[in-house]
Write a new protein. Sequence first.
Length: 276
Amino acid sequence: MLEETFRKGFIVPELPDVEVYKHQLEANGLRKVIDHIELRNADRMLGDTDAEVLRGRLAGHSLTGTARHGKYLFARIGGNAWLMLHFGMTGYFTYGNDGEADPRHNVLVLFYKDRSHLAFNCRRKLGAIALVENPEEFIRKKRLGPDAASLSESGFSELLKEHGGTLKGFLMNQESLAGLGNVYSDEILFQAGIHPRTRLDSLGDSERKAVYRAMQKVMRLAVEAEAEPERMPRTFLTPLRNRRNAECPFCGGPPKRISASGRHAWYCPCRQPEPR
DNA sequence: CTCCATGTTTAGAA
DNA sequence: CTTCTAAACATGGA
């Protein structure tokens, strides 16, 4: 069996990507005994977690379940211990049999007794690896907002009313809403037909509802496309980012790029008019 | 060689 | 208090 790489190239993991990683972990990494693990150049990603303690908690044990909050993935080790992974800007999994291709920048490899292995590849090492006792407490300590995929429409509307600033900033701030980053916040606003610099206090009920519906739609379709831009619907803006001669799927014109909330926001004026 | 992409943390300004 | 901006981190690609 060939090495199976689930992600290649330059992809920035956000909620839909991490949801896909969660499915990969569930399909390939659970209920098999880990023989040993390898940590490579992972010191700065481990934070307070002691490498030897992590080694001891994983070797000889199995992962028994998964959880996700925002961009954080948790794998249950058993008892009161979870392995927490954050994919930063360049993280992804590979899975294969021992002795096969071993990509550079693997920071954590779980070698199973059945001679397969699951590797966490993190080229820029801006992600994180940790041993966590209680995911809920971890989420509280990080001050993360509610998971974007777990909110009801009314819960989302209330959340919008509790915060200020711009829509783009709200969607990207993990403390207001957990899971979305630069790429998907743009996609949601493009699908909703609302300008990224729209202020929260100027939104009406119908606009709050439109953002919620677009958020649900974008996340569902992105996961269905396994978070690969080229497999997303033709009406998505995401595959056109940073592409030369890109044409808006609705008007044929070139999408625009502006600075918003410290990032480059892509949008199209044909359906996202300047606010006020 | 420089600049850029991105998430998160931290610092500081308004 | 909130909101916004910018730098730092790592590293390959343009």
